[in-house]
Ligand binder design. Sequence first.
Ligand code: NOJ
Length: 552
Amino acid sequence: MTQHAESALRADRPQPASADDHARSADWWRDAVIYQVYPRSFADADGDGMGDLPGIRARLPYLAELGVDAVWLSPFYASPQADGGYDVADYRAIDPMFGSLPDAEALVDEAHALGLRVIVDLVPNHSSDRHEWFRRALREGPGSPLRDRYHFRAGRGEHGELPPNDWESIFGGPAWTRTEDPDGTPGEWYLHLFAPEQPDFNWQHPAVHDEFRSVLRFWLDTGVDGFRIDVAHGLVKAEGLPDMGSAGQLQLLGTQQLPFFDQDGVHEIYRDWRRVLDEYPGPRIGVAEAWAPSPERTALYVRADELHQAFNFHYLSTDWDAGQLRAAIDESLTSLGAVGAPATWVLSNHDVVRHRTRLGGGLRRARAATLLMLALPGSAYVYQGEELGLPEVLELPDEARQDPSFFRDNGQDGLRDGCRVPIPWEEHGPSYGFGPDGSWLPQPDGWGALSVAVQTGDPESTLEFYRAALRLRRDHDDLGAGAPLEWLDAPDGVLAFRRGGLVCAANTRAEPVAWEPARGRVLLASAPYAGGELPGDTVVWWQAEATEGTGA
Ligand code: NOJ
């Protein structure tokens, strides 16, 4: 069957239940709240200590009830798991550890029946070193045409003993590993911007383009609503792979130009993919994981004929400081507005220290940061467990850690296992309800006190706070993609704005401030709020009383 015949058939698969009555259906992605599931750590149905697709399926009603619009699943493809599944050996197969293809199809259908969209992860910068192409490239030796699909090069130095250039891996150490020829002698080197088990594809090769168009269609045919594109800024490397020279140890979010990131050539790929996405009833979306040097460069990924959204790592990297936040918000809205794309906002994901810990103000500040984020125009990302107020787990024993950056010197990503500790669903039990047995990373003692079961129904809990915020955000016409943001005058340390009839104020200082932006009805506060002074590390939403010129 041709791809097209197949996709026409699959177009009959159930679409999100709310699609008909959801006024924003065609533009759902412009203000969606998208919940990231890290499959290893979400829910374990089969008791092997590792989360899986049946586990996620069983918890979809929880996500629907939480009030998110879409679920983004980190990779569940066949993988040796050298980097938590971001090392894909087969882009069309499910790793048996996570389940089967029918499980994935059922997950998509069941999510749709609950009104949830599904976004899957696509990893096009590199494959696993166990991918068939790379295995053949190694096996067949120098001159194999399969080597042209990756970056194989002779080494420098008299005997080729030095890497071909000075690039460094994001996980630390050189970005090159030397191969052994089939006769056992030292051979060519290959490029890997991440772990040695993640060889970079050569996007100058047409077979790589063909393969990824086909992979996109494969998943679109199962009914997925979009893709989160891993390392979207890295696919194209500067011609000739020049040394990076004085740029020094690379930073994921730095302002310097690097010969392997954010090259202009990547945009042609996304224009091509956009045509594929647009072939399907939808819209089906592409979300760029692009660590570009500036908000303006990030905005290039979401021009009208490219991808739909890009993660806002500039916002994620901003301190809890009114001035810095205001600047980051303004820059984001301006640069994205210029290309007609919605802003996105994110505070936590599987690669960074959870915001409860990172922002330095504990749960109180984390809740405030969340309520501020959810008031901003555009779309927001929520990482599993932040709705429970989970902290970063800092005390993991070294022998339990699995993050490849832990095992390589000077890894930029630092220690990422602490935000990947499995979710507590129940107060008690061997893995606090994560599964029938243990969990792949140890959960701290008392983790169950933060569980879904304990927090459900407790109006003071962080879970009920997220539910309330998401409900308000969905129901309030001025939130999401609604009214434009207008800044209000506020004392130092306070950020205040109006969106139509909604007023939001954030006190980013630890001390209370005697200030109230306007008379109005409190809709929600991130901490107890009695009116009058605005407590420290607190965000409040008000419904403003109608006054002249507010439109409220
Ligand atoms: C970004 C992913 O989020 C991260 O987890 C992964 O290690 C790298 N890309 C490499 O795929």
